[in-house]
Design a protein around this ligand. Structure first.
Ligand SMILES: NC(=O)c1ccc[n+]([C@@H]2O[C@H](COP(=O)([O-])OP(=O)(O)OC[C@H]3O[C@@H](n4cnc5c(N)ncnc54)[C@H](OP(=O)(O)O)[C@@H]3O)[C@@H](O)[C@H]2O)c1
Length: 340
């Protein structure tokens, strides 16, 4: 079943080889055709995430480059159209799809299938795709999945309990911001490690206290935390262990190979690896966002033509929350000019 207005040729950003933002090329491509169980969505807004820039540049955590080439493509990404999170309007559905119909606004996360950096994207009905609540703005909806799904999965694997003390390293990034918010909603007392410039943002997200990483040593004070959630790779399981109470958990979200190999040390646990992308988590995030309990910070909204400028900004490692890219200027107006 298809919307009569679906074009046959669309524009999409391609990664031609691993490298800087200059490897991105805007190309005309055939609109993807929904197979059995697929939903085709007209993309209204997407993001350039830290994951997109990692794949584009093959700038992966220590020890992961060869594994990365095997998984992603040896000399260039096997899937040349990046982009994992987006919001838009269902344009067509493949055979067997029962939950979605053309015309319906949705939020989706494609994970390794990617493909959101084009005018239309495919997502399996069984993947993370949920109706978009009417109360949710387009930019907020586009930015809900990447940080939110990662934070939800890691906090679940950590078994977060109300009253626990949680340290979030990198609280002003997309993942860190979601960790602060969701841990606080889960009843934890959260301390955020940020630069002084981003301390207010962390407090607004729900941090009870902040540590300025340029002025204070977050490793000072032994056995202080129940959970250390490291969204930067500033620590390792070995260096985080003395900071953790007995039974404490280190969340190695930006982990290198080392933290994937050692899972237990002196009564502490290390939780690492790719986060699960559960449809029910995206539904829970959309519900929380519709009630105003979660709002992913959005640093800027780029026009689609300026997507490489969003990659350049993500490359700095300094972005505050998410970089949204709009393909529907009316529904989601850009906040930066085309030249970035
Ligand atoms: N395991 C998984 O499944 C999974 C999923 C998603 C992401 N990740 C990984 O998680 C990491 C974080 O992703 P992200 O999207 O949140 O990144 P991001 O948005 O690019 O993070 C940028 C933020 O990090 C802060 N920052 C940089 N260095 C810092 C430091 N030493 N201490 C504290 N804050 C620091 C910056 O703030 P300042 O400018 O104030 O320093 C900036 O606001 C990435 O390595 C990504 O690859 C893993």
């Amino acid at each position: 079943m298809a919307d009569a207005h679906v074009p046959t040729i669309i524009q999409a950003w391609h990664v031609t080889r691993y490298g800087g933002p200059e490897v991105l090329a805007l190309r005309d491509v055939p609109v993807p055709r929904p197979g059995k169980g697929d939903v085709l969505v007209r993309v209204q807004a997407t993001t350039v995430s830290s994951g997109d820039r990692r794949i584009r540049s093959l700038d992966l955590p220590p020890g992961m480059t060869t594994l990365g080439r095997l998984a992603l493509g040896w000399s260039r990404p096997r899937q040349p159209i990046l982009g994992t999170e987006f919001t838009g309007i269902v344009a067509a559905v493949g055979a067997g799809v029962t939950r979605f119909r053309p015309g319906e606004p949705v939020i989706a996360f494609t994970g390794l299938r990617q493909g959101a950096h084009g005018a239309y994207a495919l997502v399996s009905e069984r993947a993370a795709i949920v109706p978009r609540p009417p109360a949710l703005g387009i930019a907020d909806a586009a930015a809900l999945g990447f940080g939110g799904l990662t934070a939800m999965d890691y906090l679940r694997r950590a078994g977060l309990r109300p009253g626990e003390e949680v340290l979030v390293v990198g609280a002003s990034g997309t993942v860190g911001a979601a960790l602060v918010r969701l841990a606080q909603l889960g009843g934890a007392s959260v301390t955020a490690v940020t630069s002084a410039a981003n301390a207010d943002m962390a407090r607004q997200l729900g941090a009870a206290a902040t540590i300025d990483y340029a002025a204070e040593d977050m490793k000072a004070g032994r056995e202080r935390w129940d959970i250390v959630a490291d969204a930067v790779g500033a620590l390792s399981f070995r260096t985080a262990c003395p900071m953790l109470r007995d039974g404490g958990r280190y969340l190695a979200i930006a982990s290198g190979l080392g933290d994937l190999l050692v899972r237990r040390r002196a009564g502490r646990r290390c939780i690492a690896g790719p986060a699960a992308e559960r449809p029910e988590d995206l539904a829970a995030l959309a519900h929380l966002a519709a009630r105003g309990l979660v709002r992913p910070p959005v640093e800027a909204v780029y026009p689609f033509e300026a997507l490489p400028a969003a990659h350049a900004r993500a490359d700095t490692g300094r972005k505050r929350g998410s970089l949204v890219v709009t393909l529907d200027d009316e529904a989601c107006p850009p906040t930066v000019r085309q030249d970035g």
